[in-house]
Design a protein around this ligand. Structure first.
Ligand code: NAD
Ligand code: MG
Length: 395
């Protein structure tokens, strides 16, 4: 059954890099989509501008004070926008009966509850917030299986894999898939001497050669923890065994990932590195709509390179595999320790090369437990954050 048009969309994290790209795609299709809610933690003035342009039914900010600030900003403009705040407000606009589509684009563990609220309410959920899936693993996938929600990956690699798999998809085995090749650019330090990496600054780490992204995911890309999280994300999304996923470094970010079939076929999804392509794909699936992204010019591109990741340079890839092998709460711990370490690096309190060192110390010090429910996820996440802070303090 085609969905009714127009569809009503909530964007969690509308002022972020993914949020802004999503609004760009929506603005190209005013007949197809209306904006139900916009949310942001800070940058209230920017959220106010978005409200003026898209006239959402709700806007959600982090604090009561922020809510008052936004109300003052848009007062007297005859907007239908009611301003809410806090986690409750986020969950409300993610699960509201009027909403068809939820873009989960908050960064980090803060996105978990609203994303799960959208899943439980049976929405079409566009998942950019990989941390929520990685940290809650089986709890997230059980909630998905128990609901009518449809989850579509926004992460360019997983969106590419999705596009290279038959739909409807049941399992890798039934689809005849042997391997998933997860591509990653190698970030800004792919060719920098390993001995110099301890000196890199937050601004250097955030200057990604191909993608323009938020600061946390930019640092994750520089350490390749982003690929580690994506490896876990791929295991969960496609029900793949860890050994079925290989990471391939591809500096040009044109091939967004590949699927290897048992008959020798290797299917790749390609495109310019612009998140509006996966966003438009997931929004309209199974239809195709204009995203504003120019067609890929392969002749101008000239060449595509592929190489194996260097384990010395990118220890985070090994840590993510170890966490996945340990199972249970180990990916929760990995994600939490990474968030603390990256935040410390961005605030000048930790060197770049100490990021994996902190994560490894935390992973070694905690026994993985079974994730029986959301409480277990939250406990593991909280404990790992506390431990990571202690490890940081001891450095
Ligand atoms: P960003 O930092 O640019 O934006 C994050 C958004 O979330 C902002 O709107 C911010 O206000 C909001 N936010 C942050 N913390 C919050 C909190 N505690 N409570 C409520 N709202 C909060 O990040 P981004 O680059 O857009 O990434 C968003 C998510 O998408 C991340 O999980 C990232 O891994 C994923 N992702 C991003 C890209 C990309 O190209 N940017 C690609 C793939 C996946
Ligand atoms: Mg990605």
């Amino acid at each position: 059954m085609p969905s009714p048009i127009p569809q009503s969309v909530s964007i969690l994290g509308s002022t972020g890099s993914i949020g802004v790209s999503t609004l760009d795609v929506l603005a190209r299709h005013p007949q197809r989509y209306t904006v139900f809610a916009l949310t942001a933690r800070e940058r209230i003035a920017e959220l106010g501008q978005q409200c003026r342009r898209f006239a959402p039914r709700y806007a959600v900010v982090a604090s009561e004070q922020g809510a008052q600030q936004l109300r003052d900003l848009i007062k007297g403009e005859d907007l239908p926008t009611e301003v809410l705040w806090g986690l409750e407000g986020l969950c409300q606009v993610a699960a509201a009966p009027e909403v068809d589509v939820v873009m989960a684009a908050i960064v980090g563990a803060a996105g978990l509850h609203p994303t799960l609220a959208a899943v439980e309410a049976g929405k079409k959920v566009l998942l950019a917030n990989k941390e929520s899936l990685v940290m809650a693993g089986p709890v997230f996938t059980r909630a998905l299986a128990a609901s009518d929600a449809q989850l579509l990956p926004i992460d360019s690699e997983h969106n590419a894999i999705f596009q290279c798999l038959p739909q409807p998809y049941s399992s890798l085995e039934e689809a005849g898939v042997e391997k998933i090749l997860l591509t990653g650019s190698g970030g800004p330090f792919r060719a920098r001497p390993v001995g110099e990496l301890h000196r890199v600054t937050p601004d250097e780490a955030c200057a990604h050669p191909n993608w323009s992204m938020g600061r946390k995911i930019s640092v994750d890309s520089a350490t390749m923890m982003n690929k580690g999280l994506e490896f876990i994300e791929a295991c969960l999304l496609f029900d793949a065994r860890p050994e079925q996923i290989d990471v391939v470094v591809h500096p040009q970010s044109i091939v967004h990932s590949m699927v290897q079939y048992r008959d020798g076929s290797l299917l790749a999804q390609m495109g310019n590195p612009d998140m509006r392509t996966p966003i438009a794909h997931a929004l309209a699936f199974p239809e195709r709509i204009d995203s504003g992204v120019a067609a890929l010019d392969l002749i101008a591109q000239g060449r595509l390179d592929f190489e194996a990741p260097d384990p010395q340079r990118f220890p985070c890839l090994r840590l993510a595999r170890e966490a996945m092998d340990a199972g249970g709460s180990a990916p929760t711990v990995l994600n939490a320790a990474n968030e603390i370490a990256v935040d410390a690096f961005l605030h000048g309190r930790l060197s770049f090369t100490s990021i994996p060192a902190v994560i490894e110390r935390v992973l070694e010090s905690v026994d993985a437990v079974e994730l029986t429910g959301l409480d277990a996820v939250e406990t593991a996440d909280r404990n790992a954050r506390e431990l990571a802070q202690k490890v940081l303090g001891a450095l």
